[in-house]
Design a protein around this ligand. Structure first.
Ligand SMILES: CC(C)(COP(=O)(O)OP(=O)(O)OC[C@H]1O[C@@H](n2cnc3c(N)ncnc32)[C@H](O)[C@@H]1OP(=O)(O)O)[C@@H](O)C(=O)NCCC(=O)NCCS
Length: 154
């Protein structure tokens, strides 16, 4: 099980996972996304220096995706597991593996990232567990749970 950088070849898998009913329910923008809009967005993200996007895979193929969007030294996590692969511990695994990608380690050393943050809807119990199991601290704002982990050392 490993993370690798995403490429345009992953765009349609990511669209399928994003348009799945459960993912849409848990997302802050819930409408179905067209292939045309998704492909433009995906290319923009791959070209964006403030975005790091990875695919979780094993010998059977791609199992999920995780993205870090960097703003003001905070990297916001967005992630999904392929619908058929959910409930087998992979959500916890993908949050664990992101800590060790070399680009994140470099960004922390260069002081481009100080914290990892995930925003979770209050009814998304599985995602909350993934962050809690990986040592994130929970902050509550209305019906949003914010999970945060500081990466810098003084
Ligand atoms: C959220 C998501 C990434 C979790 O991945 P997963 O592989 O299904 O989760 P895991 O198998 O690692 O399970 C994590 C924990 O959630 C629990 N869990 C899993 N599915 C659950 C469900 N449907 N309801 C309640 N708890 C659930 C597991 O029992 C486990 O808890 P434990 O640590 O107490 O045993 C996945 O369900 C997903 O892709 N959902 C749609 C996209 C999404 O919500 N992304 C996150 C946005 S913040």
């Amino acid at each position: 099980m490993q993370l690798r950088r995403a490429t345009m070849d992953d765009a349609l898998d990511v669209l399928t996972w994003r348009n799945d009913e459960t993912t849409r329910k848990n997302s802050f923008t819930q409408e179905e996304i067209s292939e045309e809009n998704h492909l433009k967005w995906f290319k923009r993200k791959l070209d964006d220096n403030n975005c790091l996007m990875y695919i979780l895979e094993d010998e059977t193929g791609s199992l999920g995706s995780i993205r870090l969007d960097i703003t003001d030294k905070i990297a916001e996590i967005s992630y999904m597991i392929a619908p058929a692969a959910r409930g087998k511990g992979l959500g916890k695994e993908i949050i664990k593996l992101i800590d060790n990608v070399p680009e994140l380690e470099t960004a922390v050393t260069d002081n481009r990232i100080q914290s990892l943050v995930g925003f979770v809807n209050e009814d998304n119990v599985a995602s909350a567990r993934c962050f809690e199991e990986n040592g994130y601290t929970k902050l509550i704002a209305g019906d949003i749970r914010c999970y945060i982990k500081n990466l810098w050392s003084e």
